[in-house]
Design a protein around this ligand. Sequence first.
Ligand code: PMP
Length: 298
Amino acid sequence: MGLIIYLNGSFVSEEDAKISVFDHGFLYGDGIFEGIRAYHGRVFKLEEHLKRLYESAKSINLTIGINKKEMQEVILETLRQNGLKDAYIRLVVSRGKGDLGLDPRKCSKATIICIAAQIKLFEPSMYEQGLEVKTVAIRRNNPDSLNPRIKSLNYLNNILAKIESTQAGVIEAIMLTQDGYVAEGTADNIFIYRNDVLLTPPLSAGILEGITRNTVIRLAKELKIEVKEELFTRHDLYTADECFLTGTAAELIPVIDADGREIGDGVPGPAFKQLLEAFRTHTHVDGPDIYSNLETNV
Ligand code: PMP
Protein backbone atom coordinates (compact mmCIF):
# COMPACT_ATOMS: atom_id res chain seq x y z
CA MET A 1 0.00 0.00 0.00
CA GLY A 2 1.31 3.43 -0.93
CA LEU A 3 1.88 6.31 1.41
CA ILE A 4 -0.41 9.22 2.12
CA ILE A 5 1.42 12.44 1.34
CA TYR A 6 0.69 15.99 2.45
CA LEU A 7 0.79 18.34 -0.53
CA ASN A 8 -0.22 22.01 -0.34
CA GLY A 9 -3.06 21.64 2.14
CA SER A 10 -4.37 18.21 1.09
CA PHE A 11 -3.59 14.60 1.89
CA VAL A 12 -3.24 12.62 -1.31
CA SER A 13 -2.04 9.19 -2.37
CA GLU A 14 1.58 8.72 -3.37
CA GLU A 15 0.47 8.41 -7.03
CA ASP A 16 -1.41 11.71 -6.88
CA ALA A 17 1.35 13.62 -5.08
CA LYS A 18 2.59 15.56 -8.10
CA ILE A 19 4.06 19.02 -8.50
CA SER A 20 4.55 21.26 -11.51
CA VAL A 21 7.62 20.88 -13.72
CA PHE A 22 7.85 24.68 -13.34
CA ASP A 23 8.36 24.37 -9.59
CA HIS A 24 11.57 26.22 -8.76
CA GLY A 25 12.50 23.55 -6.21
CA PHE A 26 12.81 21.22 -9.20
CA LEU A 27 14.19 23.72 -11.73
CA TYR A 28 16.73 25.42 -9.47
CA GLY A 29 16.91 23.67 -6.10
CA ASP A 30 15.25 26.82 -4.76
CA GLY A 31 13.82 25.71 -1.46
CA ILE A 32 14.54 24.18 1.91
CA PHE A 33 13.82 20.98 3.75
CA GLU A 34 13.97 19.12 7.04
CA GLY A 35 14.52 15.50 7.97
CA ILE A 36 12.84 14.59 11.24
CA ARG A 37 12.32 11.33 13.11
CA ALA A 38 9.45 10.00 15.16
CA TYR A 39 10.32 7.50 17.88
CA HIS A 40 7.85 5.55 20.03
CA GLY A 41 4.95 7.81 18.97
CA ARG A 42 6.76 11.10 19.59
CA VAL A 43 8.28 13.53 17.13
CA PHE A 44 11.85 13.91 18.27
CA LYS A 45 13.16 17.49 18.62
CA LEU A 46 10.24 18.86 16.61
CA GLU A 47 10.58 22.37 17.98
CA GLU A 48 14.26 22.51 16.98
CA HIS A 49 13.51 21.23 13.47
CA LEU A 50 10.76 23.80 12.96
CA LYS A 51 13.04 26.54 14.21
CA ARG A 52 15.75 25.53 11.73
CA LEU A 53 13.23 25.29 8.87
CA TYR A 54 11.87 28.77 9.50
CA GLU A 55 15.39 30.16 9.93
CA SER A 56 16.46 28.60 6.61
CA ALA A 57 13.36 30.15 4.99
CA LYS A 58 14.18 33.55 6.42
CA SER A 59 17.74 33.31 5.23
CA ILE A 60 16.71 32.65 1.61
CA ASN A 61 13.83 35.15 1.81
CA LEU A 62 11.17 32.47 1.34
CA THR A 63 7.65 32.94 2.67
CA ILE A 64 6.38 29.55 3.81
CA GLY A 65 2.78 30.74 4.06
CA ILE A 66 1.79 28.77 7.15
CA ASN A 67 3.05 29.27 10.68
CA LYS A 68 5.02 26.88 12.88
CA LYS A 69 1.95 25.67 14.72
CA GLU A 70 0.20 24.84 11.46
CA MET A 71 3.35 23.15 10.18
CA GLN A 72 3.50 21.07 13.32
CA GLU A 73 -0.06 19.92 12.70
CA VAL A 74 0.86 19.02 9.10
CA ILE A 75 3.60 16.74 10.41
CA LEU A 76 1.51 15.11 13.15
CA GLU A 77 -1.44 14.58 10.80
CA THR A 78 0.81 13.04 8.11
CA LEU A 79 2.02 10.53 10.69
CA ARG A 80 -1.56 9.80 11.78
CA GLN A 81 -2.79 9.40 8.20
CA ASN A 82 -0.08 6.77 7.68
CA GLY A 83 -0.57 5.15 11.09
CA LEU A 84 3.11 5.61 11.93
CA LYS A 85 4.75 5.76 15.36
CA ASP A 86 8.36 5.32 14.27
CA ALA A 87 9.19 7.09 11.05
CA TYR A 88 11.43 9.37 9.09
CA ILE A 89 9.66 12.57 8.07
CA ARG A 90 10.70 14.66 5.10
CA LEU A 91 9.38 18.19 5.00
CA VAL A 92 10.05 20.14 1.80
CA VAL A 93 9.21 23.77 1.13
CA SER A 94 10.10 25.05 -2.30
CA ARG A 95 9.73 28.54 -3.76
CA GLY A 96 6.80 27.14 -5.76
CA LYS A 97 5.70 27.31 -9.36
CA GLY A 98 7.29 30.06 -11.47
CA ASP A 99 8.43 30.45 -15.04
CA LEU A 100 11.65 29.28 -16.70
CA GLY A 101 13.61 32.25 -15.41
CA LEU A 102 15.12 32.01 -11.95
CA ASP A 103 13.50 35.19 -10.58
CA PRO A 104 11.76 34.04 -7.37
CA ARG A 105 9.29 36.93 -7.62
CA LYS A 106 7.53 34.90 -10.32
CA CYS A 107 6.70 32.22 -7.76
CA SER A 108 3.54 33.33 -6.01
CA LYS A 109 3.14 30.53 -3.48
CA ALA A 110 5.50 28.09 -1.79
CA THR A 111 5.02 24.37 -2.40
CA ILE A 112 4.81 22.39 0.84
CA ILE A 113 5.27 18.62 0.97
CA CYS A 114 5.39 16.27 3.94
CA ILE A 115 6.30 12.60 3.55
CA ALA A 116 6.46 10.14 6.44
CA ALA A 117 7.97 6.74 5.80
CA GLN A 118 10.11 4.05 7.28
CA ILE A 119 13.73 4.13 6.19
CA LYS A 120 16.89 2.16 6.77
CA LEU A 121 19.97 4.22 5.94
CA PHE A 122 22.82 1.93 6.90
CA GLU A 123 22.85 -1.82 7.50
CA PRO A 124 22.22 -2.62 11.20
CA SER A 125 25.62 -4.37 11.33
CA MET A 126 27.33 -1.05 10.64
CA TYR A 127 26.09 0.32 13.94
CA GLU A 128 27.78 -2.62 15.68
CA GLN A 129 30.94 -2.75 13.61
CA GLY A 130 31.38 0.86 12.52
CA LEU A 131 31.99 2.24 9.07
CA GLU A 132 34.82 3.54 6.94
CA VAL A 133 34.94 7.12 5.75
CA LYS A 134 36.99 8.95 3.17
CA THR A 135 37.98 12.60 3.18
CA VAL A 136 37.20 13.81 -0.31
CA ALA A 137 38.72 16.42 -2.60
CA ILE A 138 35.50 18.39 -3.00
CA ARG A 139 35.34 21.01 -0.26
CA ARG A 140 32.25 21.96 1.74
CA ASN A 141 30.46 24.96 0.21
CA ASN A 142 32.03 28.25 1.10
CA PRO A 143 29.69 29.84 3.68
CA ASP A 144 30.00 33.16 1.81
CA SER A 145 28.49 31.51 -1.27
CA LEU A 146 25.87 29.12 0.08
CA ASN A 147 25.92 28.90 3.84
CA PRO A 148 25.75 25.25 4.96
CA ARG A 149 23.58 26.41 7.88
CA ILE A 150 20.77 26.83 5.36
CA LYS A 151 19.21 23.40 4.85
CA SER A 152 18.59 24.14 1.21
CA LEU A 153 17.38 21.83 -1.55
CA ASN A 154 20.73 22.33 -3.24
CA TYR A 155 22.66 19.24 -2.14
CA LEU A 156 25.02 18.93 -5.11
CA ASN A 157 28.02 19.71 -2.92
CA ASN A 158 27.14 16.72 -0.73
CA ILE A 159 26.19 14.51 -3.69
CA LEU A 160 29.55 15.16 -5.39
CA ALA A 161 31.27 14.20 -2.14
CA LYS A 162 29.21 10.99 -1.96
CA ILE A 163 30.04 10.12 -5.58
CA GLU A 164 33.74 10.57 -4.83
CA SER A 165 33.72 8.30 -1.79
CA THR A 166 31.50 5.59 -3.27
CA GLN A 167 33.64 5.47 -6.42
CA ALA A 168 36.55 4.77 -4.09
CA GLY A 169 34.50 1.99 -2.45
CA VAL A 170 33.81 3.90 0.77
CA ILE A 171 30.24 4.48 1.85
CA GLU A 172 30.53 7.88 3.50
CA ALA A 173 32.51 10.99 2.61
CA ILE A 174 33.92 13.59 4.95
CA MET A 175 34.19 17.06 3.47
CA LEU A 176 36.84 19.53 4.54
CA THR A 177 36.39 23.27 4.91
CA GLN A 178 37.87 25.67 2.36
CA ASP A 179 40.91 25.88 4.69
CA GLY A 180 41.34 22.12 4.92
CA TYR A 181 39.87 21.48 8.37
CA VAL A 182 37.40 18.64 8.90
CA ALA A 183 33.85 19.93 8.28
CA GLU A 184 31.14 17.26 8.07
CA GLY A 185 29.75 14.23 6.28
CA THR A 186 27.29 14.28 3.37
CA ALA A 187 24.25 14.25 5.68
CA ASP A 188 25.82 14.07 9.11
CA ASN A 189 28.06 15.92 11.54
CA ILE A 190 31.33 14.49 12.80
CA PHE A 191 32.73 14.00 16.30
CA ILE A 192 36.09 12.69 17.43
CA TYR A 193 37.13 11.64 20.92
CA ARG A 194 40.76 12.44 21.56
CA ASN A 195 42.78 12.83 24.77
CA ASP A 196 39.55 12.47 26.82
CA VAL A 197 37.85 15.36 25.01
CA LEU A 198 34.94 15.16 22.59
CA LEU A 199 35.59 17.45 19.63
CA THR A 200 33.27 18.61 16.89
CA PRO A 201 33.80 21.41 14.36
CA PRO A 202 32.25 24.78 15.30
CA LEU A 203 29.40 26.32 13.31
CA SER A 204 31.85 28.93 12.02
CA ALA A 205 33.59 26.11 10.11
CA GLY A 206 30.66 26.20 7.68
CA ILE A 207 28.55 23.18 8.62
CA LEU A 208 24.90 22.42 9.15
CA GLU A 209 23.89 22.98 12.76
CA GLY A 210 22.79 19.41 13.24
CA ILE A 211 20.04 18.80 15.75
CA THR A 212 21.52 15.40 16.59
CA ARG A 213 24.88 17.17 17.02
CA ASN A 214 23.36 19.62 19.48
CA THR A 215 21.64 16.77 21.33
CA VAL A 216 24.91 14.82 21.59
CA ILE A 217 26.76 17.89 22.90
CA ARG A 218 24.09 18.32 25.58
CA LEU A 219 24.06 14.63 26.54
CA ALA A 220 27.88 14.55 26.71
CA LYS A 221 27.86 17.48 29.11
CA GLU A 222 25.26 15.71 31.25
CA LEU A 223 27.54 12.64 31.27
CA LYS A 224 30.44 14.87 32.38
CA ILE A 225 32.32 14.28 29.14
CA GLU A 226 34.35 17.37 28.21
CA VAL A 227 33.14 18.77 24.87
CA LYS A 228 34.79 21.36 22.65
CA GLU A 229 33.49 22.89 19.44
CA GLU A 230 36.85 23.36 17.78
CA LEU A 231 38.44 23.06 14.36
CA PHE A 232 40.50 19.91 13.87
CA THR A 233 42.59 18.45 11.06
CA ARG A 234 42.79 15.13 9.27
CA HIS A 235 45.77 14.31 11.46
CA ASP A 236 43.55 14.73 14.54
CA LEU A 237 40.95 12.46 12.92
CA TYR A 238 43.48 9.74 12.03
CA THR A 239 44.98 9.73 15.52
CA ALA A 240 41.68 10.01 17.45
CA ASP A 241 40.69 7.33 19.94
CA GLU A 242 37.14 7.31 18.61
CA CYS A 243 35.06 8.88 15.87
CA PHE A 244 31.36 8.89 15.07
CA LEU A 245 28.83 10.65 12.86
CA THR A 246 25.48 12.10 13.89
CA GLY A 247 22.36 12.87 11.91
CA THR A 248 18.62 12.43 12.04
CA ALA A 249 18.66 9.64 9.48
CA ALA A 250 22.00 8.09 10.50
CA GLU A 251 21.45 8.67 14.24
CA LEU A 252 24.82 7.95 15.94
CA ILE A 253 27.08 5.74 13.86
CA PRO A 254 30.64 4.76 14.76
CA VAL A 255 33.55 5.32 12.38
CA ILE A 256 36.41 2.86 12.62
CA ASP A 257 38.52 3.83 9.63
CA ALA A 258 39.32 7.11 7.90
CA ASP A 259 41.34 7.12 4.65
CA GLY A 260 42.68 3.65 5.48
CA ARG A 261 43.83 4.63 8.98
CA GLU A 262 42.29 2.57 11.74
CA ILE A 263 40.66 4.80 14.37
CA GLY A 264 41.59 3.80 17.90
CA ASP A 265 41.27 0.02 18.23
CA GLY A 266 39.18 -0.24 15.07
CA VAL A 267 35.98 -0.95 17.00
CA PRO A 268 33.23 1.35 18.40
CA GLY A 269 34.66 2.90 21.57
CA PRO A 270 33.29 3.40 25.09
CA ALA A 271 32.48 7.12 24.73
CA PHE A 272 30.42 6.36 21.62
CA LYS A 273 28.58 3.52 23.34
CA GLN A 274 27.79 5.65 26.36
CA LEU A 275 26.45 8.47 24.18
CA LEU A 276 24.42 6.12 21.99
CA GLU A 277 22.72 4.66 25.05
CA ALA A 278 21.94 8.14 26.40
CA PHE A 279 20.61 9.15 22.97
CA ARG A 280 18.33 6.11 22.72
CA THR A 281 16.93 6.79 26.18
CA HIS A 282 16.31 10.41 25.28
CA THR A 283 14.24 9.45 22.19
CA HIS A 284 11.62 7.96 24.53
CA VAL A 285 10.84 11.23 26.26
CA ASP A 286 11.37 14.11 23.84
CA GLY A 287 8.80 15.76 21.56
CA PRO A 288 5.04 15.95 21.17
CA ASP A 289 2.99 12.78 21.35
CA ILE A 290 1.48 12.06 17.91
CA TYR A 291 -1.64 10.22 19.03
CA SER A 292 -2.70 11.79 22.30
CA ASN A 293 -1.20 15.04 23.48
CA LEU A 294 -2.04 17.56 20.81
CA GLU A 295 -1.08 20.52 22.96
CA THR A 296 2.38 21.85 22.27
CA ASN A 297 4.48 24.83 23.03
CA VAL A 298 5.81 25.71 19.59
N1 PMP B 1 25.05 17.87 7.95
C1 PMP B 1 24.34 17.80 6.80
C2 PMP B 1 24.95 18.32 5.55
C3 PMP B 1 23.06 17.21 6.79
O1 PMP B 1 22.36 17.13 5.66
C4 PMP B 1 22.53 16.70 7.99
C5 PMP B 1 21.18 16.04 8.00
N2 PMP B 1 20.16 16.94 8.23
C6 PMP B 1 23.30 16.81 9.18
C7 PMP B 1 24.55 17.40 9.11
C8 PMP B 1 22.78 16.32 10.49
O2 PMP B 1 21.77 17.18 10.96
P1 PMP B 1 20.60 16.65 11.89
O3 PMP B 1 21.24 16.02 13.05
O4 PMP B 1 19.82 17.85 12.23
O5 PMP B 1 19.82 15.67 11.08
